[in-house]
Structure formats: C-alpha cells, structure tokens
Design a protein around this ligand. Structure first.
Ligand SMILES: CCC/C=C/C=C/C(=O)SCCNC(=O)CCNC(=O)[C@H](O)C(C)(C)COP(=O)(O)OP(=O)(O)OC[C@H]1O[C@@H](n2cnc3c(N)ncnc32)[C@H](O)[C@@H]1OP(=O)(O)O
Length: 276
C-alpha cells in the first residue's frame, strides 16, 4: 500500500512542507518575497538531504509561497554579513565569506544530490539565487507570467551558487547564457521555453500545479530503483565523458538489473514497488 510521507518530521521555518499524495513532498519557500537568507539556505540543504534519505519520498516539487518563486538573495542581510568586521584584515574576512558562500552553494548542491527527482514549479518571479536553485533541479515548469533574471551583476556579484556552472549545461546556447549573466536582464517564460530552461509553460498557477502534480504522480508510480538510478546516472554522465558515463552506468546496472522491479513492471503497467 502506498505510504504517506510524514511531513511532521520536516520542521523548517523558511520552508513550508506538505504531501498531498503518497510519495510526493512539496517544498515551498516562505519569507517576504521568498528572499533567500542564511537560514533558508541551511534549511533547504537539510530538507533536501532529509528527502533524499526518506524512503517514503519518491519525488519533490520545489516552489514559492504566494505568486513569487523568489526575489533572490536577501540583500539587507547579505550586506550586513559581508561588511568588513572591525579588526579583521582582508584574509580573515575572506575566510568568513568563504564559509558564507559555501553555505549557499551547499543548498543548490543538496538539491542536485537529492536522489529523488526535483521538479521546480516556478510560480512567478525567479531572480538571482532562484536561477541557481532551479538549474540544480531536474525538471523546470513555470507559469506564463513568470519572469526570470540572472540578476547578480545588478548588485555587482559574480554569480556563485551554481548558475555559472549549471546554466550552460541546461541551456545549450553559450552566447545566450553569457548575455543573460552579463546583462542581468529580465526574460519571459516564452524565452525560457525557447532556450530550454523550462520544459513547459502553464497559463496560470492552477494549471502549473495540475501539471506539476500529474508529472510527480507519474514519476512516483515508477520503480524507485529505476527512477533514482536514472537520476544518479544522468548527473554522473553530465559531468563526465560518454565512455566514463557508460562505464559507470554498466557497473551500476550490474547490480540494479537484478531488481525484482523489472519483473513486476513487465508483468503489469499498474505494478507497485516497495520502497528502497
Ligand atoms: C553571497 C551568497 C551567494 C548568493 C547570491 C545570490 C544573489 C542574488 O540573488 S542577486 C539578486 C538579488 N535580488 C534582487 O536584486 C532583486 C531586487 N529587487 C527588485 O528588483 C524588486 O524589488 C522586485 C522586482 C523583486 C520587486 O519589485 P516591486 O516593485 O514589486 O517591489 P519593491 O517595492 O521593489 O520591493 C518590495 C519590498 O521587498 C524588498 N526587497 C525586494 N527585493 C529584495 C532583496 N533582494 N533583498 C531585500 N529586500 C528586497 C524591497 O526593499 C521592498 O521592501 P519594503 O520597502 O520594506 O516593502
């Protein structure tokens, strides 16, 4: 029997967590403008690590509360954190800031490393850190009136939470990637669809959620051995040569092809699979 995720164990202040159907975890950023602050980064890392290890979770949807995905970095908090501290020389300040950037990077890394597929449901503005976050997700959907911007250069920051590393792998257009990163200009859902940043645009928020939920339900019904193996191998292969990816895939499947799930799936399209 399909198990419900026990969301009570997901206790976070900056994230609202729910589970409307078995195996699905919905994570929504919640703060003013869904701004990203230190607490949110730490909580997102913890939440995605928890989801990765939670056998009852098979798919995650990440979105923002209200009608904004996120307005990006909380500039007020960041200004205070990055300001030089009395008595700290540049090297000492550098060590502190190195840690801060590491906390932010860990958040996007946790999403990518989460062994369960993560669907970004972009329900409105997605600025700065929002791009870092969605490019670490597996699938990106958005509403028609979503607006995107790699906004960091508007505040004189060279992007550092993963956009520079992941966006070129998501959007196969180096010229466009550089244009978006250097100008920080807004771009629309149509442009996001055309360049492959998102795979579907829904007319409004209701349609977006219907699309995301249907997709999540479809994924959740598949063998978790197959789905999670697919994510691990896609991630590995993205960062390695084709021969290295194939060698990893071969070794992986030398074990995973022995799963009982293959026989079950072949026997019935309605097969159900035990948790890992
Ligand atoms: C160092 C670690 C690595 C992390 C790097 C991440 C970097 C980034 O994310 S850079 C991008 C940061 N975000 C921005 O630059 C967005 C700035 N905001 C805007 O351009 C506009 O506010 C926006 C288009 C989002 C909304 O415009 P709108 O006219 O609808 O509203 P506003 O009146 O401008 O704003 C409403 C209140 O929200 C406050 N606010 C908005 N964005 C931020 C922000 N990023 N940080 C802090 N506060 C923000 C704004 O001040 C208003 O506050 P209040 O006056 O108190 O109502």
């Amino acid at each position: 029997m399909a198990e419900k995720v026990s969301v009570e164990s997901y206790k976070y202040d900056t994230l609202q967590v729910s589970s409307p159907i078995p195996y699905l975890l919905i994570v929504k950023m919640v703060s003013k403008g869904n701004l990203m602050n230190f607490q949110m980064w730490k909580e997102m890392s913890a939440c995605f690590n928890q989801a990765s290890n939670d056998e009852t979770v098979r798919v995650v949807i990440l979105s923002g509360a209200g009608d904004t995905f996120t307005n990006g970095l909380d500039l007020e908090e960041a200004a205070a954190a990055l300001a030089p501290k009395p008595g700290h020389d540049a090297a000492r300040s550098g060590f502190k800031i190195y840690d801060i950037v590491g906390i932010a990077q860990e958040c996007t890394n946790a999403i990518e490393k989460c062994v369960k597929p993560v669907i970004a449901a972009v329900n409105g503005a997605c600025y700065g850190g929002g791009l870092d976050v969605i490019t670490a997700c597996d699938i990106r959907l958005c509403v028609a009136d979503a607006v995107f911007a790699v906004k960091e250069l508007d505040v004189a920051i060279a992007q550092d939470m993963g956009t520079l590393q992941r966006l070129p792998k998501v959007v196969a257009n180096d010229s466009l990637v550089r244009e978006l990163c250097f100008t920080g200009r807004d771009f629309t859902s149509s442009e996001a669809l055309a360049c492959g940043l998102v795979s579907k645009v829904s007319k409004d928020s209701d349609a977006l959620w219907e699309e995301a939920l249907q997709m999540a339900e479809l994924i959740a019904k598949k063998s978790p051995i197959g789905v999670q193996g697919s994510k691990v191998n896609l991630n590995f292969s993205r960062n390695h040569s084709i021969p290295d990816g194939l060698a990893f895939n071969r070794a992986w499947n030398a074990v995973m092809l022995q799963t009982e799930d293959i026989g079950k799936a072949a026997a019935s399209p309605d097969a159900t699979f035990t948790n890992i």
